[in-house]
Design a protein around this ligand. Structure first.
Ligand SMILES: [Zn+2]
Length: 252
């Protein structure tokens, strides 16, 4: 049976001299690992090797779930995600690689998440725009944080971000101190922080961004780095290991 879908490439591995194993995140089907036979041949049926973040229509067969599917057709749509802009900006590229890594690690195969597909496509498209890539690290970090929050919400792991996860008091900018605890799965107020030794202090600006994602677009780079650090620690806990790309984002 052949399946048609709209998909983004989120992982590629060389399989042989001529073939690749490619993981597509497809809008209706979800994440599907598949073999792209002959992709690296001179006369590739896909117009060349399949690139990370390329996006377009795929046709694949053998979605038996217990073995690799086989890619039959791929028609990339030019200009949606722009690999050459990303290649010129190592930080934007690393942010995109982290987003793809997290989607691959946290979404199960054949588990559709069309809303998250749209969110990833939006993130990659925005990151591919020169004006965002040239605007320091802040803009791209704000987009990355938004994608990660969407991802955590979609898979049912979103932490508590607008009230204290312990006493349930709503977050307020007048809180004298704000913390985040992986153990509590969310924000913690000063009165409750005692029994949470894993807590990390958040700046008020960072906590405001977490409580209201609309503020991310206006946030300064230090607050965004504070937020990203919190999210990476939280995702590391969920995965049981740090994401491979995390150190390239946090140490830059
Ligand atoms: Zn509290």
């Amino acid at each position: 049976m052949l399946t048609n879908d709209h998909a983004i490439c989120i992982r590629t591995v060389d399989y042989s001299e001529t073939s690749q194993v490619v993981t597509f995140f497809a809008r209706q089907t979800g994440k599907v690992p598949m073999i792209a036979k002959g992709a690296k041949r001179q006369k590739s049926p896909f117009g060349g090797p399949i690139e990370m973040f390329s996006c377009g229509n795929i046709v694949f067969s053998g979605s038996g779930h217990d073995k690799l599917a086989t890619l039959a057709e791929f028609e990339p749509i030019a200009g949606v995600t722009n690999y050459s802009v990303l290649s010129a900006d190592i930080f934007a590229m690393n942010c995109c690689l982290l987003a793809a890594e997290l989607a691959n690690a946290l979404i199960k195969d054949y588990d559709p998440h069309p809303g998250l597909f749209d969110s990833l496509l939006r993130f990659l498209t925005d990151a591919s725009q020169k004006k965002i890539a040239n605007d320091g690290h802040g803009k791209i970090l704000a987009h990355l944080v938004l994608f990660q929050l969407n991802l955590l919400t979609e898979i049912g792991l979103c932490p508590v971000l607008d009230y204290c996860a312990n006493c349930r008091n709503r977050f307020d900018v007048r809180w004298p101190e704000v913390y985040f605890s992986n153990h509590a799965k969310g924000l913690i107020c000063r009165d409750c922080q005692g029994p949470f030794p894993d807590k990390i202090r958040l700046t008020t600006e960072a906590a405001q961004c977490l409580a209201d994602a609309k503020l991310l677009a206006l946030a300064g780079e230090p607050a965004l780095k504070n937020v990203e650090d919190i999210l990476i620690r939280y995702i590391t806990d969920a995965l049981g290991r740090p994401p491979k790309m995390a150190k390239y984002i946090l140490n830059s």
